[in-house]
Structure formats: C-alpha cells, structure tokens
Design a protein around this ligand. Structure first.
Ligand SMILES: Nc1ncnc2c1ncn2[C@@H]1O[C@H](COP(=O)(O)OP(=O)(O)OP(=O)(O)O)[C@@H](O)[C@H]1O
Ligand SMILES: [Mg+2]
Length: 358
C-alpha cells in the first residue's frame, strides 16, 4: 500500500465526475504530467460514475500503469497495488489468519484457564476460541485492504475518498486469482469464513475502491466473468497531437526542434513495413529525453544510429531500420503539417522557420 500524504488535501474523483467536473479532473491528471487520451478519459469517468472496475488493455508502454498512478497522485489517494505474476497466492491478495498469534493467544488463555475453578474454565476457553477469529488476527492482502479502507472512508465524517486499487498485469494472475476477485468486484465484499463480522468491504457502489485492472493480453486469456465485471478500454496509439502533448508534459525542457525530431522519427519508424514491434509512448518519451540530455537538435547518419538503442529492440528490427537510414533522416527533416503546425501555434520561431501564420 502507498499511503496518501496526510499533509495535503484529498480529492474524491468520483464525486468530481458525478458533479459534472470532469474537466477539472482532466486538468488535475495533466498536472501530474499524464495526458490521457480523450476516449480513455471518457471511459474512466464512466467507470467512476458507475462504481465498476475499469479494465484497460493495450501494448507495453502505452500508459496503462501510469494512469492509476497519476489518479492517485493527482487526487492524493492511497493506492493498493497487486502486480500479476505466476504463483501469486490468494492469501497475498485477500487475507490470511496469523496462525502464530492465534496459537500464542490460545496458549495464554489455556494458562489463564488453569488458574480458574473448573466451572469457569469451559466458558473462558469457549470465549477465547471465538475470539481467535477476531479482526486482530486477520492479515489483509492488498485487495482486501483496499476494500477495507474504502469501507472505513465511507464511514468517516466528513466522508474521505476511497483508495485506488491497481490490479496490474492481470493476464498473469491465472484462473484461481481471477476467480477469487469475482465476489469483491461484483458485491464489493470479501466473505471470510469464521470471521466474527462475516465479511469486509463496502457494497455501496459509490464508496467502493477505484479499481483499475491492466492487461497486456499476453500470458493468459482473462475469463468472461472477470472481464464482464469491468468497464473496458483499449489503449491505442495516441494521435500525433496527443503524443506531442505527452512528450511536452514529460520533457518540459525539450525545445520545439527536439520535440519535432523525436516525434517525426518515431512516427516514421512506426510506418516502416515489416517492423513488428512498434515503439510506444514509453520509447518516444525516452528518445525525447535523450535528445534533451545530449542537446541534440538535428540528426545525421551516425547520430541516428546511436539513438536506435532506445526504440529498436530486436536484431532483425535493427537490420531493417539500418537499411532505412536515408528515409528516416528525410522524414525527420521534412515538414509535417500536424506536428509543425502544433509546434508553431506555441512557438513563433518555429512558425517562422516553416513560414506558417501563427
Ligand atoms: N498519456 C500519457 N501521458 C504521460 N505519460 C505517459 C502517457 N502514456 C504513457 N506515459 C509514460 O510512458 C511510460 C510507460 O507507461 P506505463 O509504464 O504506464 O506503460 P504500460 O502500458 O503499463 O506498459 P507495460 O505493459 O509494459 O507495463 C511511463 O513513463 C508513463 O509515464
Ligand atoms: Mg504497466
């Protein structure tokens, strides 16, 4: 669990969108450096309003994990995280009983009972056995913790916002973990056998944790019932305008030349036939960052090959791109109506360079 900052005010994103302040939430996210796609953000707002979990799939580096992180940071919310991996156990995400503490408890009570008259011993031991299943002996995993925090937040006065629960890389969870999440995702509750209160969590949709589930669609196919408990969004490649906004937000020191160079280069690489593994936002942010670090404003053959390591991830792709150096260089130097107009709108020197009206 990553706790919220107690010295900063918290904002309830669900309340914001229910009150029609979606743009305010959008602005808060952008303030963290995360620039959501319009469609993606719209779907997220629907998941907030409905209280349903939000399932996002998309290629690596498309911003799936960074989105919930941005929500938690923008609104100062506690975040619980489950990272998918083989061998993840139910007790790690739901709950377990602290057996050692339970044993100590029973031993202590047995010792106490020995001091008592026989008639009182039975009653004391019976009570002790019942109390063995109290909250103090329950160890919550990240999912149960998120639902428990949400329940507590709902009961507080004034009401605190719920936490974010990130179920990251859910395609690595496997069937049994997915199945164990069906009940909390649908009912908001986790039933615990023998537990004195029966269950933890909160059934009210408005008070539930903000659950964001990500998937690369690689390892396992998610089950129908698991998917059906979510609002679904596919993270697709952003438009060039959006990518420019993202690069600018993530590399605030980048000049127009560096932004243009990175985005034109990566756009050209994505367009090359035969490239199987297209560079994502992650790579374009890295390339722009490298240009800023090395003060690169233009590229030649040698310079270009040096930066291949940021976005060429296989030997075959390197060979393929090695044959396209002239094309890539031409594209980085050519006028691109979308990119150059966007840059010119904010930079008069850039507008003059391309002879564009501001
Ligand atoms: N819309 C965006 N605005 C700002 N930054 C973004 C955006 N999308 C992606 N990024 C940045 O790109 C990088 C990769 O994002 P992230 O790790 O969230 O990708 P992912 O989809 O979770 O990838 P993977 O499937 O490999 O885990 C991060 O540094 C993230 O901040
Ligand atoms: Mg991720």
């Amino acid at each position: 669990m990553i706790p919220h900052d107690p010295d900063r005010p918290q904002i309830d994103p669900r309340r914001l969108v229910r009150n029609g302040s979606e743009r305010e939430l959008y602005g808060l996210l952008c303030g963290t450096g995360y620039v959501p796609g319009e469609q993606v953000f719209g779907d997220f707002c629907e998941s907030l309003k409905s209280g349903r979990a939000w399932l996002v799939s998309g290629t690596r580096g498309s911003g799936k994990t960074a989105f919930p992180e941005a929500v938690a940071s923008a609104c100062n919310l506690t975040m619980c995280v489950v990272s998918g991996r083989d061998g993840l156990k139910q007790e790690e995400i739901l709950y377990d009983w602290d057996r050692e503490e339970q044993e100590v408890w029973m031993r202590e009570n047995l010792a106490l009972a020995k001091e008592l008259p026989a008639s009182e011993q039975v009653e004391l031991l019976e009570t002790a056995r019942k109390m063995k299943w109290q909250r103090q002996f329950l160890v919550l995993g990240e999912v149960a913790l998120a639902y428990d925090l949400a329940a507590k937040a709902a009961q507080s006065a004034p009401r605190n916002p719920p936490p974010v629960l990130l179920l990251d890389e859910s395609d690595k969870f496997g069937a049994s973990i997915e199945d164990s999440l069906l009940m909390p995702l649908e009912r908001g509750l986790i039933y615990i056998p023998r537990y004195e209160n029966g269950c933890i969590g909160v059934a009210d949709w408005e008070s539930r944790p903000i659950v964001i589930t990500t998937s690369n669609d690689l390892r396992h196919k998610l089950s129908g019932p698991f998917i059906s408990r979510h609002i679904y969004t596919r993270f697709s490649n952003p438009t060039l305008e959006k990518e420019l906004e993202i690069l600018r937000a993530r590399n605030p020191k980048a000049s127009s030349a560096q932004l243009a160079l990175s985005i034109k280069l990566l756009d050209a690489v994505r367009g090359i036939a035969g490239m199987e593994d297209h560079p994502s936002i992650r790579e374009s942010i890295d390339v722009a960052g490298a240009f800023v670090r090395d003060s690169v404003e233009s590229l030649d053959h040698r310079g270009l090959s040096r930066f291949f390591c940021y976005f060429v991830k296989t030997g075959d792709a390197r060979e393929l791109l090695g044959l396209q150096l002239d094309y890539l260089l031409a594209m980085t130097n050519a006028f691109n109506p979308v990119i150059d107009r966007c840059l010119a709108a904010r930079d008069s020197e850039w507008a003059a360079k391309w002879d564009l009206a501001v």
